[in-house]
Design a protein around this ligand. Structure first.
Ligand code: NOJ
Ligand code: CA
Length: 546
């Protein structure tokens, strides 16, 4: 098998909401013209894949996850022609594009729902999930507690209750209906024809679970295989990257044990324990999370992330662990959300402490999987807690120390930029950091380059090396005779540790990021690590590929 063809294995994915990235026509909202103009910036940083949040026509009451037309571009962001132009310009720079696929629900303004609610005989009636009376468990299973009260709402026009896993303006599709499944194959085919390299599959566990009043819980796994088959026959190198915050016991169901379902899953298990490790300097549960998510088909891959467009969901930690993360990173109530998570961006959570941010990113790049960055994190953008819910971390990209952070030339913009305080655009912006060789942006560019020079991180077999201390994590990756090591000190104190490298040339460790190499008489190395230190070593030789 020519594994090197699997581009997603060592991609650098960058998540963008077109609305907040760059306004190309000066009307106060980001668009595809603006995004295309920023492709050289992304290429320069070393990004190889853009994940686009929903840009489809939508009332945007859930930032576009309430889709009103799956075959178009919201006119606020441009035209379908401009979308295609953007995709092809990205491709010319070696950047692929994947797009969000929202199959669980539509907007209540989608023509399918407007038709469905009209009458029991409407062709689209059975595309949604109805009940003649209020189901018993209507208050159970809400995804946004505190904001969303119920999962069933009465529709006057329909004369029935409809099911909505998320907000009431997002009626769930009856994904069991073959007509709905066929329609989504058409949607996938449409965007693939326009040049995308795959999909970020929204809310997948809900898409495939049994829906309907009184239905027993259960998943329809076959749907995953059908999607994969369709995708792969259509475009051989396209991928499915799923959002599935599930327990490790279910991972293989999502990947498919014959590698016939999802190519990639976000590793929510590792994400939550990574924040626990950062909060407590205890890496033992992160170690366990890595082992629990070790098994996956050879060609499948994890996606590792720190923050994304949603709250940092800590729901998989036990209460005591969650409390520790909350009190370390979200001491105030307003920083928390839905009783389970944190709505802040990474930089403020880390107190803008450069060493802690680098530690967090270094972990993300070197844990088993493919890294997923979020726009603005490369310059350490902050959040605006005055904005509601998750919007606080969705402010416009800070390009320069100019009006509206250089995001738009318009007088007014659709969502305010961050102006005041340590994260305001006069202090934190791309242009300033580009000029400063010591900036986080330039650090990020360098770390991405080194990540790409170490294919072992994404392709290799890995094992954890014993460090004797919970605060130090050491991973060794080997592939084709080459090996690299990543060592992280989670604690704010300096530590001494020693590790036994499992490689015949393990006496020589070359530091890839600074000058302190470690040359020893045996394969055991004594290391002194500063607070929050991280080390990337190549084993045996400075240069890979011999
Ligand atoms: C997951 C998305 O990331 C989130 O922002 C959205 O609200 C839900 N899915 C519903 O589509
Ligand atoms: Ca615009």
């Amino acid at each position: 098998m020519v594994l090197n063809d699997l581009w997603y294995k060592n991609a650098v994915i960058y998540c963008i909401d077109v609305a907040t990235f760059f306004d190309g026509n000066g009307d106060g909202i980001g668009d595809f013209k603006g995004l295309a103009a920023r492709l050289d910036y992304l290429a320069g940083m070393g990004i190889t894949c853009i994940w686009l949040l929903p840009f489809y026509p939508s009332p945007r009451r859930d930032d576009g996850y309430d889709v009103a037309d799956y075959y178009g571009v919201d006119p606020r962001f441009g035209t379908l022609g401009e979308f295609v132009e953007f995709v092809s310009q990205a491709r010319q720079r070696g950047i692929r594009v994947i797009v969000d696929l929202v199959m669980n629900h539509t907007s209540d303004q989608h023509p399918w729902f407007l038709d469905a609610r009209r009458s029991k005989r409407s062709p689209h009636r059975d595309w949604y999930v109805w009940s003649p009376e209020k189901p018993k468990d209507a208050e159970k299973g809400v995804v946004f507690p505190g904001v969303q009260k119920t999962t069933w709402t009465f529709d006057k026009q329909a004369g029935e209750w409809y099911f909505h896993r998320f907000f009431d303006f997002q009626p769930d599709l009856n994904t069991e209906n073959p007509a709905v499944q066929a329609e989504f194959r058409r949607v996938m085919g449409f965007w693939l024809e326009l040049g995308v390299s795959g999909f970020r599959v929204d809310a997948l566990p809900f898409v495939i679970s049994n829906k309907g009043a009184g239905r027993p819980p259960g998943q329809r796994w076959q749907m995953l295989r059908d999607m994969r088959l369709f995708l792969q026959w259509h475009t051989a190198d396209a991928i499915l990257l799923a959002e599935a915050n599930v327990l490790p016991e279910e991972d293989l169901e999502y990947f498919g044990d014959r590698d016939d379902r999802m190519h990639m899953l976000f590793n929510f298990q590792v994400n939550q324990h990574l924040f626990y490790a950062l909060a407590t300097a205890d890496g033992s549960t992160l170690s366990q999370a890595l082992e629990r998510t070790r098994t996956r088909p050879e060609t499948a891959q994890w996606a590792n992330f720190l923050r994304n467009n949603d709250e940092l969901d800590l729901g998989r930690l036990v209460a005591e662990q969650r409390e520790k993360v909350l009190s370390a990173f979200a001491p105030e109530d307003t920083m928390r959300l839905y009783g389970r998570g944190i709505r802040r961006r990474l930089a403020p959570m880390m107190g803008a402490d450069r060493r802690r941010m680098e530690l967090a990113y270094s972990l993300m790049f070197t844990l088993p999987g493919t890294p997923v960055l979020r726009y603005g994190d490369e310059i350490g953008m902050g959040d605006d807690l005055k904005l509601p819910d998750r919007d606080c971390g969705r402010t416009p990209m800070q390009w320069a120390a100019e009006e509206h952070a250089g995001f738009s030339g318009s007088k007014t913009i659709f969502r305010p930029v961050i102006r005041e305080g340590p994260f305001g655009y006069p202090k934190v912006n791309m242009a300033g950091q580009r000029r400063d060789p010591e900036s986080l942006l330039n650090w990020m560019e360098r770390i991405i380059r080194m990540y790409k020079e170490c294919p072992e991180f994404s392709w290799g077999d890995w094992k954890q090396l014993d460090t004797g201390i919970d605060s130090v994590l050491a991973l060794q990756y080997s592939q084709d005779g080459g090996a690299v090591l990543a060592v992280h000190n989670l604690s704010e104190s300096p530590v001494r540790t020693s590790i036994e490298v499992d490689h015949p040339s393990g006496q020589r460790l070359f530091n890839l990021l600074s000058n302190d190499h470690s040359i020893s008489r045996s394969t055991r190395h004594a290391l002194r690590l500063e607070p929050h230190a991280y080390r990337w070593f190549r084993v045996g030789s400075e240069v890979s590929g011999r």
